[in-house]
Design a protein around this ligand. Structure first.
Ligand SMILES: *Cc1c(COP(=O)(O)O)cnc(C)c1O
Length: 422
């Protein structure tokens, strides 16, 4: 754990902040701002922690693509042997383009279209995590048309409270995800009778940014009780998928280490030989990334000071959406006394803030780094206000690889048409 920053490979040298030893100021000079910067060794270490915690077990870590779907990031995980958790046909196409293995890919989501089911069947993915009986029927029909059997797990809603933000809590009875725990056994029995369905596993995903292992342990107990009931019905499964959700440090949170988070679960699985799967997103990429931005103006108001930066809510929406906290650090510290700033972007919305009340010693033109921005940052970005999206780079030791070019303005409206002349 890095005592100075939540990003393990970030440090401060005499000349400024460095990631894996590379000066962030150099990256800004070369690629411009705003730019998302990811550390390959931080990604590798985060993935390796899951592999180490699961050593000796038949297991598969399926990176949740939606957390950061850049092809550079996906190709790194593919190279290390990861599977993938996807929520759309678009994400499947990305996984394949990045060299990922569809045979290690699971497909989650409540609204899979017929076209997406067909695409995933043709790619022979590992498992469909089915979220309703209507989806099961549709899948059975399409698999029949293709002369295939679709491997399925039901995503079961174990109704445990993960004690996280309501927008990212997904395992409670009253939300749209998964099938109700009490209906699951009947659904499995029915699925087992369908000609083009092959019952393969059971899945759950209870929420995100979880900081306590207890809800996962509780969900595991419920799932295993159901697994045993199914066994008595003659339905055996080959894998258990426990979803994602492990939290990260943004500010002063103290999330458990991966091994400690998984320990109660692994303990409960003693004597069982099914493959165990996880779908981590945030905990693999969140603290491998930062958003590098430049101060356009400092504005001293009557009540507040504003640092207006060239990144905005279209680049990083988490503060506006969830009131999320990202640490803001000056790339070069100045000797001047610090002042308290609102960090805001140029977008015409009062919700366009990146951070509140941050004490910084900065001047116009200085660079800032918004930390812990590797997950749900670029992936949730938009072109609001016709802003071209940021570039993305991966730092690998001394190398800095451009993995997404900065968008051009022309590309933003290339698909649009003005009305013909009147
Ligand atoms: C979002 C999501 C994940 C990843 O969640 P994290 O909190 O980023 O680990 C995993 N599985 C499913 C089904 C998801 O929707």
């Amino acid at each position: 754990m890095n005592p100075d920053f939540p990003i393990p490979t970030l440090s401060r040298s005499a000349t400024g902040l460095t990631l894996e030893g590379v000066e962030l100021a150099e990256i800004a000079a070369r690629f411009g701002t705003p730019t998302y910067v990811y550390s390959l060794s931080a990604l590798r270490d985060a993935f390796a922690a899951y592999q180490a915690a699961l050593a000796g077990r038949k297991s598969l870590v399926c990176y949740a693509v939606k957390a950061n779907s850049n092809l550079g990031v996906l190709s790194a995980f593919a190279r290390w042997g990861a599977g993938f958790d996807i929520v759309s046909g678009g994400e499947l196409a990305r996984v394949i383009a990045a060299g990922g293995d569809p045979g290690k890919t699971v497909f989650s989501g409540v609204g899979k279209s017929a076209a997406e089911l067909r695409q995933a069947l043709e790619a022979d993915i590992r498992c469909f995590n089915v979220e309703s009986s209507a989806e099961l029927e549709r899948l059975n029909m399409i698999a029949g048309e293709l002369g295939k059997r679709a491997p399925i797990a039901f995503r079961v809603n174990p109704d445990v409270d993960p004690k996280t933000h309501p927008y990212i809590s997904t395992g409670l009875r009253n939300n749209k995800f998964g099938v109700a725990f009490d209906d699951a056994r009947t659904l499995y029995r029915h699925a087992a009778t369908l000609p083009h369905i092959s019952v393969s596993g059971i899945a759950c995903h209870i929420g995100s940014q979880l900081l306590d292992p207890a809800p996962m342990a509780e969900a595991t107990d419920k799932l295993l009780a159901l697994v045993d009931a199914l066994k008595s019905d003659g339905i055996t499964l080959d894998h258990f998928d426990f979803g994602g959700g492990l939290g990260i440090r943004y500010r002063d949170e103290t999330p458990p280490a991966v091994a400690d988070y998984l320990a109660p679960l692994i303990e409960r699985l003693a004597g069982r030989h099914e493959e165990i799967c996880f779908e981590p997103g945030r905990s693999l990429v969140g603290n491998a990334g930062l958003l590098l931005t430049r101060i356009e103006y400092l504005k001293h108001g009557e009540e507040k000071n504003f640092a207006i930066v060239d990144a905005a809510m279209n680049d990083l929406i988490r503060p506006a959406l969830y009131d999320a906290y990202h640490e803001v650090v000056a790339v070069r510290e100045r000797e001047t006394t610090a002042e308290v700033f609102e960090i805001v972007g140029p977008i015409c919305e009062s919700g366009d803030f990146l951070a509140h009340d941050r004490s910084l010693a900065v001047q116009q033109g200085d660079l800032l780094a918004l930390l812990s921005a590797g997950a749900y940052g670029m992936g949730m970005s938009s072109n609001y206000n016709t802003r071209a999206r940021a570039a993305e780079v991966i730092v690998d030791g001394e190398q800095v690889l451009l993995v997404r070019e900065r968008e051009t303005i022309e590309a933003l409206f290339a698909l649009e048409r003005a009305l013909p002349p009147a």
